[in-house]
Design a protein around this ligand. Structure first.
Ligand code: V47
Length: 387
């Protein structure tokens, strides 16, 4: 089933049904129903409106126009080769300084074995991200990827955030372009969306001042897209940013997507404060998470997919998000460290069956996808990808 070929008569019938008690949403609704782009001012209004149901209705309208009831998930495995990190980002509970007894670095064999555990579920994707290790050279990560490709040739390797790529390039004294070529040759197929956090320099300098800045993240993503890689994009919200910072982040991503078309999925990530230097901040509420999904769907008109990452949102809120603009839940994951170090109480992984139940009970149609959104057909312990 391809989202692009769906027809949407039911949305035309729905157009007349939009209702809101917030008059500021009326002109925004007119634009959404006419398929027009929303402005930054519109974005700030969407964040500020108390009529969350109306905002969600509009996001759901767009979501159904793009994907009907189709809701994607995948069978993936996360691998975090090291938590040792030279950056000391205030947002992070995962990274450890070199020499910290809680730090770990997998040997190559260990990483390959980790990849194999859970392989019985026939994963279609390895999602690989980790700390900025001061001593591990680019060659270590190239060997890691080569070894995975040798052992699991059918599995898509989605590896290394723009932050890691920029760091590895600098360490290897290579340009970003040269590094991307080496990653491609080793077997990296696409990139995850992490490390984007919030682009606004005022906020970024407080929550992650050791990372590349927002424009470097965007430039690295641009180069990756120009080299033929698809990637995702994230935004970390629910800490010290304001609505204008969030809108700024979204429109910067939208502008880059206009240029490259290389982003597949946007994943808003709620800040988990536990075990971070920002642990005095409260956790986000359900409505904030739901609204964030909706505003993302409305502002990012050129992003094919909006992901409600169940590990971050909890399965219950992620399921509701499927009616507020999201069309993807992420996958089985199997083992998650970044959120669980920061206090997440969600399970480490979910089975295909559980993901399908969440989706079906939201009145949607579950479609297993590969990383590039090709439908996956399964027989027993193997799979076929319809390309
Ligand atoms: O970049 C770190 C975030 C990201 C915390 O591309 C935190 O498919 C909340 O990017 N509280 C990594 N968030 C995860 C990520 C991701 C996840 C799922 C799917 C994809 C994809 C990408 O996690 C980091 C950072 O933004 N993060 N610490 C924290 N305490």
């Amino acid at each position: 089933m391809s989202a692009e070929t769906l027809e949407f008569p039911k949305n035309d019938a729905k157009k007349a049904a939009f209702r809101t008690y917030d008059a500021r949403l009326e002109p925004i609704a007119a634009k959404v129903l006419a398929g027009e782009r929303l402005s930054e001012t519109d974005g700030v209004i969407l964040y500020g409106s108390s009529d969350v149901l109306a905002v969600g209705w509009l996001a759901n309208y767009v979501r159904e126009k793009m994907h009907g009831d189709v809701t994607y998930f995948n069978v993936n495995r996360h691998i975090n080769p090291t938590n040792v990190c030279v950056a000391a980002c205030k947002l992070c509970a995962f990274g450890r300084k070199k020499g910290d007894p809680a730090g770990y670095t997998m040997a190559l064999d260990e990483a390959w074995q980790t990849a194999a555990s859970g392989y019985s579920e026939a994963v279609t994707e390895f999602h690989i991200v980790g700390g900025l290790h001061p001593d591990l050279p680019l060659e270590f990560f190239l060997d890691l990827v080569r070894g995975l490709k040798e052992r699991f040739p059918k599995v898509h390797i989605k590896a290394f955030t723009m932050v890691e790529i920029a760091f590895l390039a600098r360490r290897a004294k290579l340009t970003i372009e040269e590094t991307l070529v080496k990653l491609r040759e080793a077997g990296v197929d696409s990139m995850p969306g992490g490390g984007a956090e919030i682009f606004a320099p005022r906020v970024r300098s407080i929550i992650c001042d050791h990372k590349i800045d927002g424009s470097e993240w965007l430039e690295t993503a641009r180069l990756a897209h120009q080299h033929g890689f698809k990637s995702n994009a994230t935004m970390l919200y629910g800490h010290i940013e304001n609505d204008a910072d969030r809108v700024d982040h979204l429109v910067k991503l939208r502008a880059l997507q206009d240029d490259t078309g290389g982003f597949q999925t946007f994943i808003p990530l709620a800040f988990h404060p536990e075990n971070t230097p920002l642990d005095h901040l409260p956790v986000t509420t359900g409505l904030t998470d739901i609204r964030q999904i909706a505003v993302s769907r409305l502002m990012l008109d050129n992003f094919p997919h909006i992901k409600a990452y169940w590990q971050m949102m909890t399965p219950k809120i992620a399921q509701i998000a499927l009616r507020f603009g999201a069309d993807d839940l992420d996958g089985t994951v199997i083992e998650e460290k970044i959120y669980h170090d920061a206090g997440a109480t969600t399970p480490q992984g979910m089975t295909r069956k559980e993901l399908c139940r969440l989706i079906s009970e939201a009145g949607r149609v579950p479609v297993e996808r590969d990383t590039l959104y090709h439908p996956v057909t399964r027989t027993e312990d193997s799979f076929t990808i319809a390309v």
